[in-house]
Design a protein around this ligand. Structure first.
Ligand code: FAQ
Length: 331
């Protein structure tokens, strides 16, 4: 079992005020916190929760797009989609590794995902019904992911911040890949443009939900901002996303499924309608259209991969024993 003693976390009982104040002073001075540094248990737990949820999102997020790899309309599209889905798998692995530096094992995180204890992003519980959904996911979902993740490159926890730098570079390529699909469809036949519009209609609101509840309902927001895990609140990032994305949709000649969406001259931002929060919480709690299928698919992958994990461990053990034997023989 994994028991990297990386943690400098103090237990709840020995967190005196002087320690908490000294830790906060390091955060305020923009110092990066590293795995062996002393840290409050709450800081460690918040990071394990957020990084774990983020890693699961990348891995579960491979499923909706993976659904279209065999049906991509050309070899070029297939190669790009295959590479994108593979990138998401890589992001999951960096993130699991970053979480492991906080003393939690990958097995433990996976068990929490499969048992429903750990969350993953609500967005991946919607189905990909047409090829245009692959364009909409790249444009909107990766676009929202970048908006949320660029500030995470400055997160106070070093391993998470560093993982995010590479992730963001790749997400930015994904976003362009998606937008290019949307542009091709929007400039195609009337049926293709209709497909693009339909995808935007279905993915717009779930994309806005990715940023989480309103700040007033965000349980962890204030503390995470104080610890500089988060650099912007949920509502601030959602607004930035709307402001960046609406002109892109207009350029495509598509319309947004929100009658309240309009430019507010005074604020220098777009006003937009209210999110259906009942739908958001229903999906977060497991009642979305694809929640069950996603977990069934992940459970199957975990069970089918059991022999691979065992074989890899046996192989590593054999190599270790061989190295030891060679070393002994040389002495
Ligand atoms: N879905 O107190 P807050 C991607 C939960 S990008 C599900 O505001 P926090 C790339 C939240 O966990 C997508 N649950 O929470 C890709 C908490 O529950 P808990 C992943 C949600 O943490 C693209 C409760 O609600 N990105 O995968 C959601 O301060 C294309 C209260 O919320 C990240 O994870 C939601 N949308 O703020 C892959 C980024 N929103 O844990 C494939 C890192 C909230 O107490 C294809 N994470 N909840 O049981 C974050 O920035 C934050 O965790 C937030 C939530 C902003 C998501």
């Amino acid at each position: 079992m994994y028991s990297q003693g990386l943690i400098g976390a103090k237990t709840d009982t020995d967190e005196d005020e002087a320690f908490l104040a000294a830790f906060q002073a390091r955060i305020d001075a923009e110092e990066k916190i590293e795995p062996n540094d002393p840290m409050p248990e709450g800081y460690r737990k918040t990071l394990v929760r957020q990084i774990g949820q983020h890693a699961h999102s990348e891995i579960v997020g491979m499923l909706p797009e993976g659904n279209w790899i065999t049906r991509a309309p050309s070899l070029r599209r297939k190669a790009a989609l295959l590479a994108k889905v593979q990138d998401e798998g890589g992001h999951g692995l960096y993130l699991y590794s970053a979480a492991e530096t906080l003393g939690v094992s990958r097995e433990q995180m996976t068990e929490e995902l499969l048992s429903g204890k750990a969350k993953y992003s609500s967005i991946f519980n919607y189905p990909t019904l047409t090829w245009a959904d692959i364009g909409a996911i790249g444009w909107l979902v990766d676009g929202a992911a970048i908006m949320n993740q660029i500030p995470l490159c400055r997160c106070s926890y070093g391993p998470y911040a560093r993982a995010m730098i590479r992730v963001c570079k790749e997400e930015s390529f994904h976003q362009r890949q998606g937008y290019e699909i949307m542009m091709t469809l929007a400039r195609g036949t009337p049926e293709q443009k209709e497909m693009a519009q339909d995808a935007l209609n279905r993915w717009w609101w779930p994309s806005l939900m990715m940023f989480g509840p309103h700040d007033s309902d965000s349980q962890h927001g204030d503390q995470s901002m104080k610890w500089k895990i988060k650099r912007f609140t949920n509502d601030e990032l959602r607004q930035k996303f709307v402001d960046a994305t609406v002109p892109q949709g207009e350029y495509l000649g598509l319309s947004f499924p929100d009658p309240d969406l309009r430019w507010n001259e005074e604020r220098g931002s777009y006003d937009f309608g209210e999110i259906d929060w009942d739908e958001f919480w229903r999906v977060v709690k497991g009642g979305g259209p694809m929640n069950r299928e996603r977990i069934v698919a992940r459970r199957k992958a975990w069970e089918d991969g059991q022999w691979v994990r065992e074989a890899a461990l046996a192989h590593a053990e054999k190599r270790r024993a061989r190295r030891e034997a060679t070393k002994l023989a040389a002495e």
